[in-house]
Design a protein around this ligand. Structure first.
Ligand code: ASP
Length: 397
């Protein structure tokens, strides 16, 4: 009975009921916006302090800068290779699906005035903070990570006495924040119900049918990456059972699906990875926050599929060279995407501009973006979690 009433099962039930409620009673479900948003806000509220203190404490616990460097480059290597694997999967899948089901050319009718162009400069600036308070205020997770690494590294050069004090302080704060996070996570079943019911009532599932070729390519690509590629990497390189691991961390995946935000999911990912899947805290608290912000396999895959799909709607024949440009820019765009709902849609402009696809084309896929965001965010978070377990095997001590 206790197992049946576990948080994961209740959350899953919340999602299923949310879908049904949104489809059957859209007029009532539309009012679920407020409770859904409140849940998301609470998760976001705790996410940034959690990122700061966990990364800060993790750097201090690593004990010296060379261990930090060791963990850092292994993490980056894993993130880059799996992101490229994801884009490759997306490119192959969309080419096959477009070959099997060539879509009718159609053009955007909606305006994309609200989509701001994302440039390489924005990408670089997303790594460089200029004002600590502002970085927190603007929910710039990557800035906060950079600040935490900087201050954590500096702490390693303090006198023994000072370092002990700072480390004790950071560790205690980290645990305090985690306590609050656990309380917020306990609200998940109700929170996800409200979020999912609202999204379905607001967007309507019918748009999916008109863009089914595109949706199919994204879903098949994400499934291949989430069910085959990532588990294979975990099994072959990480030497752990991805199936068992999945069962331990699935609560985080359900939250990722419902919130469409890797950052909002972070408190849950940290909790399940360290408490249920026994990933070492110093590894999880470094790898997961960084992963939530820069490692987005699902987003990278979707960016490549979207670009190639929209190009085909415009009758643009992409050369191998252009597909190669998509390969790299989709990976960059995913790294630059903020860990919040629909962020991938904004950085998509980078990919479109790189190969000359009209930006208005983004409007075509806008209508079903929120649904695909749920799936790609789930894959994003799954990639981070596999990474934490895998990297743990390769760090000394
Ligand atoms: N919502 C995604 C995330 O937070 C980012 C995106 O692809 O829009 O992981």
């Amino acid at each position: 009975m206790r197992r049946l009433l576990s948080l994961e099962n209740l959350t899953l039930t919340g999602i299923v009921l949310g879908i049904l409620f949104g489809v059957l009673f859209p007029d009532v479900a539309i009012h679920m916006r407020l409770p859904g948003k409140a849940f998301l806000d609470l998760l976001k509220m705790i996410a940034l302090p959690l990122v700061f203190f966990s990364v800060f404490a993790s750097v201090i616990n690593l004990g010296n800068v060379s261990r930090l460097g060791d963990l850092g480059w292994k993490t980056v290597l894993y993130y880059l290779s799996t992101t490229f694997l994801a884009v490759l999967t997306g490119i192959i899948v969309v080419n096959i699906i477009l070959y099997l089901f060539p879509p009718e050319p159609s053009f955007a009718t909606q305006s994309v005035a609200e989509i701001k162009k994302f440039s390489l400069e924005d990408l670089i600036r997303s790594f460089v903070p200029s004002n600590i308070v502002r970085s927190f205020y603007d929910f710039q997770v990557l800035h906060v990570i950079v600040i935490a690494i900087l201050f954590g590294s500096a702490a390693l050069y303090l006198s023994d006495e000072d370092r002990k004090f700072v480390s004790l302080f950071a560790g205690s704060f980290d645990r305090l924040i985690m306590k609050v996070a656990v309380w917020i996570i306990a609200l998940s079943p109700v929170g996800v119900f409200a979020l999912v019911a609202y999204v379905i009532a607001d967007k309507g599932l019918d748009a999916i049918f008109s863009l089914w070729v595109y949706a199919l390519a994204v879903v098949v690509g994400l499934l291949i990456h989430g069910v085959l590629n990532l588990p294979a990497v975990g099994y072959l390189i990480g030497r752990f059972s991805p199936y068992r691991y999945f069962h331990r961390v699935k609560e985080a995946l359900l939250i990722a699906f419902s919130t469409s935000s890797s950052a909002a999911t972070l408190p849950v990912s940290m909790e399940v990875a360290t408490q249920k899947a026994e990933v070492k805290e110093e590894v999880a608290s470094f790898v997961l926050p960084l992963g939530a912000t820069v490692n987005m396999d699902g987003t990278a895959l979707y960016e490549s599929v979207a670009a190639i799909f929209v190009a085909s709607l415009y009758g643009i024949k992409l050369t191998i060279g252009q597909q190669l440009i998509i390969f790299f820019t989709a990976a960059l765009a995913a790294i630059g995407a903020a860990a919040i709902p629909s962020a991938g849609l904004v950085t998509m402009t980078l990919v479109f501009s790189a190969v000359g696809i009209p930006l208005e084309g983004i409007a075509i896929i806008l209508s079903i973006d929120r649904f695909l965001d749920m799936l790609r965010t789930t894959v994003n978070v799954w990639g981070d979690l596999i990474g934490a377990k895998l990297i743990e095997r390769f760090v000394s001590g």
